[in-house]
Each structure stands twice: as C-alpha cells, then as structure tokens.
Design a protein. Structure first.
Length: 80
C-alpha cells in the first residue's frame, strides 16, 4: 500500500537546507544572548572592583581626589 508521494532528491535537499538555516538562526540568537550576558557579568565585576576600592578609601579616610593625586604622583616618580 503506498504511503504517499515520494520526495524528489531536490525536495529532500531543500528541506535539509531549510533545517540547517533554522538551526543556524537558533545558534546565532543564542550567541547574541550569551554575549549580552557576558557584558552584564563584566559590568558586575567592574562594579564589585569599584566597591572594593571605595571600601579601601573609606578605611584610609581618603577621597577620590586623594587617590587621584596619589596615582599621579606615583606615576611621576616612576617616570623619573
């Protein structure tokens, strides 16, 4: 008993191509999502690093300007 019309090799290849393109789109979408998550995590890391620096400044009763001056003077000392 026949089950239906057989697909031609061209029809099979077109279906396979369609499936491959759909898979590629899914992977690209996933990559975009992962890149966004990577950026969010990097931003959180920077924020935590700034918190640590701020905490150290508070411990030493220093301001941002004090730190800036300290860094500039140490850079000048190294250059000499």
């Amino acid at each position: 008993m026949p089950r239906g019309v057989r697909k031609t090799p061209l029809e099979k290849l077109n279906e396979e191509l369609k499936e491959v393109r759909e898979s590629m789109k899914q992977y690209k979408d996933c990559l975009i999502t992962l890149e966004e998550k990577e950026k969010e995590i990097q931003d959180k890391i920077k924020l935590e690093q700034f918190k640590e620096v701020s905490s150290i400044l508070d411990e030493h009763e220093m301001s941002i300007m004090d730190l800036k001056e300290l860094l500039i003077s140490s850079k000048t000392d190294v250059a000499e």
